[in-house]
Design a protein around this ligand. Structure first.
Ligand code: XIL
Length: 384
């Protein structure tokens, strides 16, 4: 399906180039991100409930203009979607599914099964005791079935399991793992495959996908799944990166290794944390379980939008270099999604330092373009 999308986007791009040549005499409209990468991979962004409730807002105009894929940042996670047994918040996901369908934007379901933002009740019976393996598998199946019934015709890419492998390659000891056992990921994919439509692309998604421990386990898992006929369609590389980590070489190497599994790669949650986080944890990554810090003048140096122009340029250069690498691997990459639209939407204003002002994306808080947008578009256009 994604290959078809690529062909269609390539055809649309040729039309866009032809018409924009004519239009350029009138006004020099900037080509969009999605056009710059048409025929290579989809370019996406996350949207939130407020955005899908206001489809004509400035942010949604940016989404429509620049992005060919979209993911909900929180509203489809188990907790926000289904906070109590039998209680469902359908409004935002419903709007998301119909908006993306109307606009021809590829919708991504994030996320069926994740240890975080999942309420306690999911794992417990009425007496507060942990469920049996079978009872939890049944609940997981009910969730997948509901998603399939309600969104199956509109959402064709799913993050099935998120962050189930640790940096060192061991399996994360979450309640899923504790109750179901080490075959939790396998069972999740079997359920997703049974319940979601056959043409849905089902992904394993994780951060730190340049760390050899995790990468090796992921590769082993995919090979094992293939050998035993466990269905999996692609790998999600979150891409919560910073200015110096991972290095371009590390990204290059891990893309090569992961693509060698034969599965298409999706960069699912790209952002560049200019302010960095290794100073707190001694490592990068995006483990939401790590304890947050409080903003101080030292760790929050640009609280009032006073981000220096030189920093803006450096961020743009880092993005440009990373997109050059994505282009090098474009045959293996189906999608690159940013985790947010504007800097104001980013989760990096709240993690790992609560209340700091971060600048990780391609659009300023007021929706204006950053240098990074221009630079990333130029990289794409140069390869067209
Ligand atoms: C983040 C959301 O953007 C925040 O609003 C929320 O408070 C925490 O989760 N990896 C993931 C995403 O897979 O779901 C996370 O999203 C960011 C890290």
């Amino acid at each position: 399906m994604l290959n078809q999308i690529k062909l269609i986007s390539a055809a649309l791009l040729s039309i866009a180039i032809l018409t924009s040549c004519a239009a350029q005499q009138v006004k020099s409209d900037q080509p969009s991100l999605k056009d710059a990468y048409a025929g290579k991979f989809l370019v996406g962004a996350t949207v939130n409930g407020d955005m899908v409730a206001h489809p004509s807002s400035k942010k949604m105009r940016i989404v429509k203009q620049h992005f060919s894929a979209a993911t909900m940042d929180n509203a489809m996670k188990w907790g926000p979607f289904n906070p109590q047994p039998g209680e469902y918040n359908f409004e935002a996901p419903d709007k998301f599914a119909s908006y993306t369908q109307q606009q021809g934007i590829a919708a991504v379901g994030h996320v069926l099964f994740w240890h975080s933002q999942t309420p306690d009740w999911v794992f417990k019976d009425d007496n507060g005791n942990l469920l049996s393996r079978d009872a939890l598998l049944k609940r997981m199946r009910e969730r997948a079935k509901l998603m399939a019934n309600r969104y199956g015709d509109k959402i064709k890419i799913w993050d099935v399991v998120n962050e189930a492998i640790e940096d060192d390659g061991s399996l994360r000891q979450s309640l899923y793992n504790k109750i179901i056992g080490d075959d939790f990921i396998e069972q999740a994919f079997r359920i997703a495959n049974d319940e979601l439509p056959a043409d849905a692309v089902k992904l394993y998604n994780d951060y730190g996908m340049t760390r050899s421990g995790r990468v090796n386990t992921v590769i082993k898992m995919v090979n094992d799944f293939k050998a035993r006929g466990v269905p999996i369609d692609g790998l999600g590389i979150q891409g919560h990166w910073s200015m110096d980590s991972p290095t371009l070489d590390e990204i290059d190497t891990s893309l090569t290794k992961l693509a060698a599994t034969g599965l298409p790669l999706h960069i699912t949650e790209l952002d560049i944390d200019y302010l960095g986080r290794s100073q707190f944890f001694g490592a990068n990554g995006a483990n939401v379980d790590l304890q947050k810090r409080i903003a101080t003048p030292e760790n929050n140096p640009y609280p009032n939008g006073n981000f220096p122009a030189s920093a803006d340029a450096a961020l743009g250069d880092r993005y440009a270099a990373i997109f050059k690498l994505f282009l090098k691997h474009h045959k293996d990459i189906d999608r690159v999604t940013f985790w947010g639209v504007t800097d104001g939407d980013s989760w990096l204003n709240g993690w790992p330092v609560a209340g700091r002002t971060n600048y990780p994306l391609l659009f300023n808080r007021d929706g204006s373009a950053k240098q990074a947008l221009q630079k990333v578009i130029e990289v794409g256009l140069a390869a067209q």
